[in-house]
Design a protein around this ligand. Sequence first.
Ligand code: UGA
Length: 481
Amino acid sequence: MRIAVIGLGYVGLVTAACLARWGHSVSGVEADLGRLQSLRGGSLPFHEPGLSDLVATVTADESLRFHSLDELPTAVQHADVVIVAVGTHDGNGGWQTLTMSRTLDGVVPLLSDRTSLVVRSTLPPAYIASLAGTVGAIRDGAGIGRIPVLLNPEFTREGRALHDFNVPDRVVLGIVDDPDGAGEAVMRTLYGAVDAPVLAMPAVDAAFSKLASNLFLATKISFANELARLCEAYGADVANVVTVMGHDPRIGDQFLQAGIGFGGSCLPHQVSMTVMASQDVGLPAPLLSAVDEINHMQRTLFADRLFRLAGDGADGVHVALLGLAFKPGTDDLRDAPSLTIAADLLARGARVTAYDPMPTARDRAAQLVPGLMVAASAEEAIAGVDAIGLVTEWPEFGQMDWSALRGLPRQAVVLDGRNALIAQALEAAGFVYEGFGRRAPTRPSAPVTAAAIPVHTEPAPFLVADSAPTIGPSASLALAD
Ligand code: UGA
């Protein structure tokens, strides 16, 4: 098939490269000339595991070609499918649909009657509701016939985007305007390559299914974070509790990792935008408001605890943050908890040195947070500090020989913001360890102060000492996902 992908950001570039790998002839169109030049030179504007090699392969055999916006007519003229994947964030936690509208104005009049238009960007429901009318009016205005218009929301995670594209759990098609089913048929053929159910439905349902999936994932994380606080009050260990919960298939074991909460360009933005949009139409959204509030609380809680562990109020407190990206496998700093936490600690008068394995994340963080110092290695970051905070669970932090690092910080104290390190290993290496909702292995359960909360002095029989795997001298990492 001949496919054009408009917009080569995270979503568009992954889509274009994977479709080219599936054997299609793909034209990728990018409006940003700097980004286009980098792509043509073989350099990607962001880090995504495996994508650089894939792009190199599919550009070498010319199954993927890059085009500027000026070359749009060439890119789309013979396309069976044109996929639009332009940005819809305003950079301040809100939606912006201007780029999408401008793109449609430019692309829609160029398409032949046999081309299907597919929108892959995540958009607000009100915009989706008007999409059929918008495209129809552009076609009518140009005096040309209607075309099939569909949504194809993406469910790929940064850091695992190639896997998620190639092995999806489900493919969703939202029918915007497709009277004779030609658009749905071509998309079903396109996704014939994957072993996943293809679910076709009205566009608004498809758009909400994408939104609802992210809102539910965010809700699970905030639930786990509130649960972690309850566990601390009861002296329970949240790792054991969610392990037990996860064995129930009705609950599932993913996205229950407590810590500093969710970041990135999707979950925080979609939760806060849904709350705001609900308020605008007079609908209260108390559950999602709480999800948002808990998520923000986690960042403050982390800064509070790290500051306290470092020696609360002492002059010249110096802390290290391990990890800056919003999650491992990416250099993305969009709504990364690290930035809020670093700014908060600096505002309290702490000195903050951060390290992330991604040099691009280090450079950008230093620009975004005035006063933040970045180090070229984890060892350099923790040298002489009063406390260490783990912010992103990069595997290398779990694989470090913590015993050998024991002498580097001024105080050997680790606050694990991702509950990713093995507490016993850290303590065996001579560190004081604190996680979120975790019982310190060598210290008694925290006393319960609230009179209303019943105190269980004996652990429940089903709770084992610690569900984390036994490890050798170096702590190894239990990854969140
Ligand atoms: C999310 C969804 O997971 C994807 O399915 C969706 O396609 C994508 O948004 C999107 O809308 O484009 P992503 O933003 O890449 O993907 O990141 P997630 O893997 O969802 O992680 C989000 C945040 O939650 C990260 O900061 C992560 O550290 C945090 N998290 C995740 C937790 O705090 N606890 C967990 O148990 C899991």
